[in-house]
Design a binder for this molecule. Structure first.
Ligand code: GTP
Length: 254
């Protein structure tokens, strides 16, 4: 595919930490990280500029820690540090596969990686480096989904792709409810009104108020590349005005 045919030329990809875990569901499994990086590599070969945000739930989940009686802020800081481990694992694998990267951390740890400086991140992107944004927003009480929304906007990404285990947004959890229906497209307002839980409210409010389209799709199987090419994979959440055909149907006109 030619670069000019791409629907989105600069994207932010959000991966959950669990995407890096092996069959045990926790920790970092190098063979899984390698598969994830192959998926990302397919996108990079299309000439797309990519920023990455990776969760930390495979190592430590702040909310779970606070539910177990830990101070919420301490638990969230531990979660942020977990995202740095994941960022370094993905950096290592992407570079082994030949893609230049930079890890930029919202919590300064200059012996390990660069500090997050927006203008530096933009420069790295323009030079074809994958910018891996680590340590969340650097603040407790914010999720990595909110980080994805924030960095996506700051770095002028044209879309946020949330790559998950499921192939889109469903009316209820498809692993528990066999009658769950998948949505192909939703408006931001619909996604918020339906309380679908695909992202937390802060993250949703950010993408909605700033009109950044969000695509939720399955991690593997070339879906991220297809979504970026503009193919209808997963669920697209965007500002949405119903098509003429739908309006005709809805209003019984023509
Ligand atoms: P350009 O200025 O566009 O050439 O970018 P660059 O990242 O290649 O230049 P720079 O000289 O800033 O960085 C060279 C290497 O050092 C890169 O691998 C950076 O990731 C790394 N680096 C830069 N700043 C820091 C830092 O504060 N901490 C750590 N740990 N590494 C850094």
């Amino acid at each position: 595919m030619l670069e000019k045919d791409l629907k989105y030329k600069r994207v932010l990809v959000k991966l959950s930490g669990e995407a890096l875990a092996g069959s045990q569901g926790t920790g970092i499994a190098p063979e899984t990280v390698s598969r994830v990086c192959e998926e990302l590599g397919a996108v990079l070969q299309m000439g797309v500029a990519m920023a990455l945000v990776i969760g930390g739930g495979n190592i430590f989940r702040g909310l779970k820690g606070s539910a177990a009686g830990m101070d919420r802020s301490s638990a969230d800081y531990m979660g942020m540090l977990a995202t740095v481990l994941n960022a370094l694992a993905v950096q290592d694998m992407l570079e082994k596969q030949g893609y230049p990267t930079r890890v930029l951390s919202a919590i300064t740890m200059k012996e390990v990686c660069e500090p997050y400086i927006r203008r530096r991140a933009l420069r790295h992107l323009s030079k074809g480096r994958v910018v891996i944004c680590a340590a969340g927003t650097g603040n407790p009480y914010f999720t990595t989904d909110t980080t994805a929304a924030l960095r996506g906007m700051e770095l002028k990404c044209e879309a946020i792709i949330k790559a998950t285990k499921v192939d889109g947004i469903y009316s209820s959890d498809p692993s528990k409810d066999p009658s769950a229906v998948k949505y192909d497209r939703l408006s931001f307002d619909e996604a918020v009104a339906l309380k679908l839980g695909v992202m937390d409210a802060t993250a949703f409010a950010l993408v909605r108020d700033n009109h950044v389209p969000l695509i939720v799709c399955r991690m593997f199987g070339g879906n991220i590349a297809r979504a970026i090419a503009g193919e209808p994979v997963g669920t697209l959440v965007s500002d949405w005005y119903p098509s003429l055909a739908r309006r005709r149907q809805a209003y019984g006109l023509w």
